[in-house]
Design a protein around this ligand. Structure first.
Ligand code: C2E
Ligand code: CA
Ligand code: CA
Ligand code: CA
Length: 280
């Protein structure tokens, strides 16, 4: 048995080495990518019940010189583990806010236009988080009420008290908060009452099967009912069909995002879409 164990160990080493090497390579690539400004921000519009564009979510992309456009699922986990997400997060925030400033300034977007930015747990847990958000807003002359920060429930698990203090501090300042991927984690409906937040984002895994899976439909209905009772916004993510849209509308969902309306777009395409809106 001892020998077998040794053999197993021997067989394992090269592949572990390989994984470690790959990781190191990607990490170096990530660092270089940040240095060379290879990270860009896409925008996916959000609509109200009448089909008016009322905001957009900023979504990170990596324009890799050799590999082309890389989606966040392929680098966010490593950026999170390595701490580089702090720098990346700052880039997205600054880009999104300064773009929003120019849209509003040129009257391409209404004064109330909302920009939603994803905040990683590591970013949120930083001591300087509240200060950094306030500074980014001041630097770009954006009103705090135009910014929605999307956080996941996982940030509340470690130190709920401290997390709530940060949320309170920023909400007092005027910033809005959204709970992202609602229903996928340790979500508890009770949280919604305790937390002072502005909206709940229904994860697209629930929206996807809303017309074919009764339990998904029931869950979404419950969340929408509760958010409306609490006077919070409910945002459905991943709306792909007109049938999903009308089903959600009947449930009273307040906002919509998904391929039915638009995929996440690079800046110039998003600006063209803004210009084509008649509701400004
Ligand atoms: P998320 O925050 O849940 O973002 C929604 C994802 O759903 C986006 O994927 C979006 O492109 C996709 N999506 C939207 N509508 C539809 C639809 O109708 N059908 C389908 N199939 N997909 C749809 P994306 O852009 O690849 O981002 C993936 C995840 O990466 C995000 O999930 C978020 O967790 C993370 N991420 C993206 N940008 C950032 C960022 O700047 N900071 C941080 N910390 N995370 C980010
Ligand atoms: Ca999000
Ligand atoms: Ca999601
Ligand atoms: Ca709101």
């Amino acid at each position: 048995a001892k020998d077998a164990g040794r053999n197993t160990l021997r067989l394992f080493l090269p592949s572990m080495q390989h994984v470690a090497n790959e990781r190191l390579k990607t990490l170096n690539d990530l660092r270089k990518g940040i240095e060379h400004s290879e990270f860009i921000t896409f925008y996916q519009p959000q609509y109200d019940q009448n089909g008016c564009m009322v905001g957009a979510e900023a979504l990170l992309r990596w324009q890799h010189p050799q590999k082309g456009l890389i989606s966040p699922d392929n680098f966010i986990p490593l950026a999170e583990e390595s701490g580089l997400i702090i720098e990346l997060g700052a880039v997205v925030l600054e880009t999104a806010l300064s773009n929003l400033y120019s849209w509003i300034d040129s009257k391409q977007a209404p004064l109330s236009f909302q920009i939603s930015v994803n905040i990683s747990p590591l970013q949120f847990l930083q001591d300087s988080f509240v200060l950094k958000i306030k500074e980014a807003l001041k630097n770009t002359s954006i009103a705090p009420s135009n910014l929605t920060l999307e956080i996941t429930e996982s940030v509340l698990l470690d130190n709920a008290k401290l997390a709530m203090e940060k949320i309170h501090a920023l909400r007092d300042f005027g910033v809005q908060f959204s709970i992202d991927d609602f229903g996928t984690g340790y979500s508890s409906l009770a949280y919604l009452k305790q937390l002072s937040i502005d909206e709940v984002k229904i994860d697209r895994s629930f929206v996807r099967d809303i017309l074919i899976d009764d339990s998904d439909a029931a869950l979404v209905e419950t969340v929408i009912n509760l958010t409306s009772r609490l006077r919070l916004d409910s945002v459905a993510e991943g709306v792909e069909t007109a049938a999903q849209f009308s089903f959600l509308k009947n449930l009273g969902c307040t906002r919509y995002q998904g391929y039915l309306f638009s995929k996440p777009l690079p800046l110039h395409e998003f600006k063209a879409l803004l210009l084509s809106q008649k509701n400004l």
